[in-house]
Design a protein around this ligand. Sequence first.
Ligand code: PEP
Ligand code: MN
Length: 340
Amino acid sequence: MVIVMKPGARQETILALVAKLESEHGVKVSITNGVGCSILGLVGDTASIDIDKVSIHKDVERVMRVQEPYKKANRKFHPEDSVVDVRGVPVGGGNFTVIAGPCSIESEAQIVEVAKDVKDAGAALLRGGAFKPRTSPYSFQGMGEPGLDLLLRAGAASGAPVVTELMSPKYCELFEEKVDLVQIGARNMQNFDLLKEVGKMSKPILLKRGLANTYEEWIMSAEYIMAAGNENVILCERGVRTFETYTRNTLDLSAIPAIRRMSHLPIVVDPSHAAGMYWMVEPLAMAAAAVGADGLMVEVHNNPACAKCDGQQSLTPEKFRRLMGKLEPMVELVGKKLVK
Ligand code: PEP
Ligand code: MN
């Protein structure tokens, strides 16, 4: 961190500020006295220093962070890619892992059929929402706990570990017991109480990017989970809000190389929620693989026209199978291995 003092700041004021920073935050401060103004260079653990509090000091001109505010998620301190283990299924490193399944669990027949189809087509993990974050309180809210049990049955029938969204800390215990990969949805990316709670879980976490969040905010949310003790975090880019209304969201593929540089955590792409249209899923999925994503999350429904949620963006099992066939050579081209 660098602090630029205002011209004319008195030496004793500067020394008092330095003493305060050193004693309260354990940092080392070196003072450079230039012509007209002094610059303070802080080294050490500056993460606990509140920039706003320093900026408000009457003799401070400007404060700049030169280091990222995240540590555990930072690639600087962990140069190798992290590989997250989801009940035997690797995510990250040289692997390409596909998560597929319906937006929401609707019945035993539906989830079991889709589970078998997607697993057979090459998906490694099964998704399905039991607790659904819906914009309208009048829309289908998911089957809740009974839905979770159907998901587990479908997981067992297909042999795929299961991924589902957790919306409330009150279900942490239930998810800890039953779910293989706990999804935190876009709307909850900055629900810090929830992040702290899932940080205490032993199950890996799939952290979706918020509707309008920066890479740093997203990584800071991962940092919350990691700081609470759970280092098994997978990031998921699912499109962000932009001025464009043609698509549901705008898929930000720059996130993949950017996150790769900033963090060691794996990153997967959800083209379904990004596009909001089934016919765009395949080209976006191919692009995600080409740009180096560690996997995909794709919505698949056996009867999209009758789906209770997100049918318009869901692939049929046939379309999903075709996508998987096209994907494999692309995954190999970028030097990764499709996890089956
Ligand atoms: C989902 O994956 O079912 C979902 C609701 O996605 P998001 O949180 O990205 O909107
Ligand atoms: Mn959905």
